[in-house]
Design a protein around this ligand. Structure first.
Ligand code: ZN
Length: 394
């Protein structure tokens, strides 16, 4: 019997938090729309916990807040040699609530047409979802989708319900539903690899072959860069590693940052294994650790000159565009804000309807259900309301 640690599981949370279109209709009882990625990211986070508890290694295909292009997701999973890939989504039909009993409902598992291992994985996962959740099971569906087609090995894309079914839409924010989906998917993965599932309330058995487990801990250095954005300035094609724990050990590596990609919030700086790391958070509040070495990363607003120099100007030209948006859904022009909050921002200017502007990513921000595009405006960082931009990746 093989060890779970022999396997690397690629986990893909469909879309990005600011992806246009991917959201429920307005829900009166909630007072807002729910973005598909809110569910996808949550279930992926719990699935990662489940699988790691069972001893698997995991890889997040889209760990940053950007709407990571699909090709980058599958390239990453393939290049890391992941054994299987699981992509979580929430389905949509006509984008409207038609009233109880009139909307489509249930979950489905999508595989590439004719994929044998994909089907086998889907069957194992389906078994646990069907006996677990109360959701109607719509079946294993053969469909030509990027994630299942371009990943080299067994891949499943799970639609966990319908965003335009009001009852199911509310399940998207239901933590016990998120956890249940993650748990049953993990049980299916264990079944597929014929390894024992380790339930959450039972301690994982101590692995005798490994060195005694020491607590992975960094030493606090400072929080002077608290709240700032940090991004990779490393140009190597393999990207910059980041970790789920304060360590440089491969065991806790969860993904890589390409040049120009990063995290919106630094929590603190730590001394780790003789070097420095930043503890960072993504916009969903998940914590990661990345090197703080200034040949590899850059902190927003940081100067290369000593901090005490009041003449030092913050850098504004280090942004890297990943694509562009065309301005849509406005009468004349879209406002470019200095921060991703409609209520407290200053206007930097406007971009006319139909015009294009470069984007460096998307963020959740405040007071916009569609999030915000982070744009390059006159050489400065600016923000445009998500629904006003139609995105094209470079
Ligand atoms: Zn989706």
């Amino acid at each position: 019997m093989s060890k779970t640690s022999d396997y690397l599981i690629a986990l893909d949370d469909g879309h990005g938090i600011g992806t246009a279109g991917k959201r429920t209709p307005y829900i009166p009882s909630l007072g807002r729309q729910i973005r598909e990625n809110e569910f996808n990211a949550a279930v992926t986070f719990y699935l990662k916990e489940e699988l790691e508890r069972c001893g698997f290694k995991t890889l997040l295909t889209a760990p940053t807040d950007y709407d990571t292009p699909l090709i980058m997701r599958t390239n990453l999973a393939n290049s890391m040699g992941a054994d299987i890939l699981i992509s979580n989504h929430f389905n949509a039909m006509d984008g409207e609530f038609d009233g109880p009993g009139r909307d489509p409902e249930g979950m489905s598992i999508h595989i590439y047409p004719g994929a044998k291992n994909g089907r086998r994985l889907a069957e194992h996962v389906a078994k646990f979802l069907r006996q677990g959740t109360k959701q109607q099971f719509r079946g294993i569906v053969e469909q030509n989708l990027h994630m299942t087609r371009e990943f080299n090995r067994a891949a499943v894309l799970i639609e966990n319900g319908f965003m335009d079914n009001e009852r199911e839409a509310l399940l998207m924010l239901n933590e016990s539903y998120q956890r249940e989906c993650a748990r049953e998917q993990a049980q299916g993965v264990c079944d597929y690899f014929r390894v024992a599932y380790v339930p959450g309330d039972v301690k994982a058995p101590v692995k005798t072959v490994e060195a005694p487990k020491t607590e992975v801990k960094g030493e606090y250095v400072s929080n002077e860069v608290f709240g700032k954005r940090v991004e990779s300035i490393y140009k190597g094609s393999e990207g910059l590693d980041f970790y789920s724990k304060p360590t440089f050990s491969n065991r806790y590596r969860v993904g890589t940052l390409k040049y120009g990609y990063g995290f919106p919030t630094i929590v603190k700086k730590l001394k780790v294994e003789g070097a420095y790391m930043y503890e960072v958070k993504n916009s969903r509040g998940h914590k990661y650790y990345v090197t703080a070495a200034d040949e590899f990363v850059k902190v927003e607003g940081a100067s290369s000159k000593p901090k005490s120099n009041p003449e030092a100007k913050p850098k504004t030209n280090g942004q890297r565009a990943i694509g562009e948006i065309k301005i849509v859904n406005v009468n004349n022009a879209a406002i470019v804000q200095d921060r991703p909050d409609r209520k407290t921002s200053k206007n930097l200017g406007t971009v006319g309807k139909g015009k294009a502007i470069q984007v460096t990513g998307s963020v959740r921000g405040e007071n916009s259900s569609s999030g915000y595009w982070e744009v390059v405006y006159n050489g400065k960082r600016g923000f445009v309301t998500g629904e006003y931009g139609k995105y094209t990746a470079y």
